[in-house]
Design a protein around this ligand. Structure first.
Ligand code: ZN
Ligand code: ZN
Length: 339
């Protein structure tokens, strides 16, 4: 039996362990993917420390997987061995639950999540449901595709479904792993894009990525500035600080929407009355399906959106994960297998 490297977490809170495993065989409806690159996402901390429904150990983390199909199981249609593919948070839907039957695949009650409910991409190979595969365009490297499959998809899909239209004022709150992609997508989707972050350190970068205006929230009032610019149609929040969201909320224009991507358990302080004047709203957005991933990758090639990344070899998963968790990475960390 052929063996492969995998980085697993054996128990909640335990370390990453580089282990040898047997290369799995794809069952019916599955594909075996040779992993070329796998991005590290903040949500990988669920695999590391637990605390998310469906996490069982031992577990191989990783849901920003880019590689190529090595083998396909019975009953897989539309995919070929050798084809370059990616997989994100959406690991395939069940097909029989209430939400699947309504066509709402992303909210499937039994969805596979790579690196959370099934083994993920911190390995040489990973098994994936064929319905979770996204085709990777030739012009996109595996290292660049990987972060686009979660961080990219999340921001792109949220923005394109936000209701904002070309020329509308859209603010991206936070210039980090999600935000640096959100700024690029907002600009490339034709929005009048404003970036908001703390301090001046990321100002020049934000402008280079496509923002027309940068607001330093430590020296300027983001709500007042957005109002002065006409009021935002959308504030895309990529931060976890609810204080930062509160400070920006007042900058929404009429029918403006605070779109929340950064997962925080802290409550917002927005007074309900502030939602009524101007018919404003607060909404969340869950990433997207495999087809949304494919759209994200295609749009990124079409408009030249790329993540800013740091790469580490698979065997340095521990250092790579710590680098990502430190908040110092510019901006996404990607593991490479050498394949
Ligand atoms: Zn993620
Ligand atoms: Zn389902």
């Amino acid at each position: 039996m052929a063996s492969m490297r995998a980085v697993q977490v054996s128990e909640a809170g335990g370390p990453f362990e580089l282990v040898e495993r047997e290369v799995p065989t794809p069952g019916p409806g599955q594909a075996l993917v040779r992993v070329h690159a796998c991005g590290i996402c903040h949500s990988d901390s669920y695999a590391k420390v637990g605390g998310f429904p469906g996490v069982t150990h031992p577990l191989v983390p990783g849901h920003e997987i880019a590689g190529a199909i090595e083998a396909i199981g019975e009953g897989v249609h539309g995919w070929e061995v050798g084809q370059r593919v990616g997989v994100g948070w959406f690991g395939g839907n069940c097909g029989w639950c209430e939400l699947c039957r309504r066509g709402d695949l992303m909210n499937c009650l039994n969805m596979d999540i790579p690196g959370i409910s099934v083994d993920g991409g911190y390995a040489d190979y990973v098994l994936v449901k064929a319905g979770a595969l996204a085709s990777i365009p030739d012009d996109l490297s595996a290292e660049d595709a990987a972060p686009l499959l979660c961080a990219g998809l999340t921001t792109f899909n949220a923005l394109r479904h936000s209701g904002a239209r070309g020329g509308d004022l859209v603010a991206v709150l936070g210039v980090g792993g999600l935000g640096h992609l959100g700024i690029q997508f907002a600009a490339k989707l034709g929005f009048d894009t404003v970036a908001i972050a703390r301090g001046r350190a990321k100002a020049e970068l934000a402008l280079r990525l496509g923002a027309r205006r940068y607001i330093d929230s430590t020296s300027e009032d983001p709500a007042a500035e957005l109002t002065r610019l006409g009021g935002a149609k959308v504030i895309l929040s990529t931060v976890t600080s609810t204080a930062a969201m509160d400070a920006a909320f007042g900058g929404l224009g009429v029918h403006g929407k605070l779109l929340v991507l950064g997962a925080s358990m802290d409550p917002l302080q927005v007074a309900p009355a502030m939602l009524i004047a101007g018919s404003k709203s607060i909404a969340g957005h869950a990433s997207g399906t495999s087809k949304d991933s494919e759209d994200t990758l295609a749009f990124s090639v079409l408009t030249d959106v790329r993540p800013v990344i740091e790469t580490f070899p698979l065997e340095q998963a521990t250092q790579a994960y710590e680098r990502m968790m430190s908040g110092d990475a510019r901006f996404r960390v990607v593991l490479t297998t050498g394949a």
